[in-house]
Design a protein around this ligand. Structure first.
Ligand SMILES: Cc1cc2nc3c(=O)[nH]c(=O)nc-3n(C[C@H](O)[C@H](O)[C@H](O)COP(=O)(O)O)c2cc1C
Length: 174
């Protein structure tokens, strides 16, 4: 099966998973800025991955807007965020990014990434700086908020090559 792996990544987490997946499947790897739907014609399968930003998958409209052009191809989308893997995260992300009809065509995977404040573009650094200021003023933090605050001081990397196994199996076996 000829596979294209496409990623859009702000701080390197989606890129890392995309590289692992491409190695595992001997697939061609593309930064989303370098690819068009037309260039995907020769492929049997397409994997798209992006970081999660306020529950949105970075750049996923490349897939959802081009579903007609991708007819007949197996499609997997992965999102990488700093949240731990939980069913609620998967449910929220799918509901926010895909319609039920799109979900019939797309198989979604959540691969936990991490957080690296230093690598963020300046405008997101400002957003996160403000969020950190607000979190520090809260009396009680939930687990996700405490984790986010900690990661603002020290970069966190939860990537694990094992996380790609289910996605790779889906591409190989269907
Ligand atoms: C402004 C902002 C919003 C974020 N929103 C989420 C989110 O909704 N869920 C989550 O799990 N992680 C969230 N994150 C963390 C990123 O998704 C995480 O760092 C991801 O691994 C980045 O991937 P990338 O470097 O490939 O873009 C957010 C980070 C920033 C800076």
């Amino acid at each position: 099966m000829r596979t294209a792996v496409i990623y859009r990544s702000k701080t390197g987490f989606a890129r890392k998973y995309a590289e692992w997946i491409a190695q595992e499947l001997s697939a061609d790897l593309f930064d989303a800025s370098d690819i068009t739907a037309g260039k995907l014609e020769p492929y049997d399968a397409v994997v798209y991955g992006g970081g999660l930003y306020a529950v949105g998958i970075n750049g996923v409209s490349f897939i959802t807007k081009n579903l007609d052009r991708l007819a007949g191809k197996r499609i997997a989308v992965f999102a990488t965020g700093s949240s731990p893997l939980k069913q609620k995260v998967i449910d929220d992300v799918t509901a926010r990014n895909f319609t039920p009809a799109q979900m019939e065509r797309i198989r979604f995977f959540y691969l936990r990434g991490g957080f690296d404040m230093e690598k963020l573009p300046w405008h997101l650094k400002m957003v996160m700086g403000l969020m950190g200021w607000m979190l520090r003023r809260k009396k009680e933090l939930n687990e996700d908020e405490a984790g986010m605050l900690a990661a603002m001081d020290t970069p966190a990397d939860f990537t694990d090559r094992k996380n790609i196994e289910e996605l790779v199996r889906y591409l190989r076996e269907g």
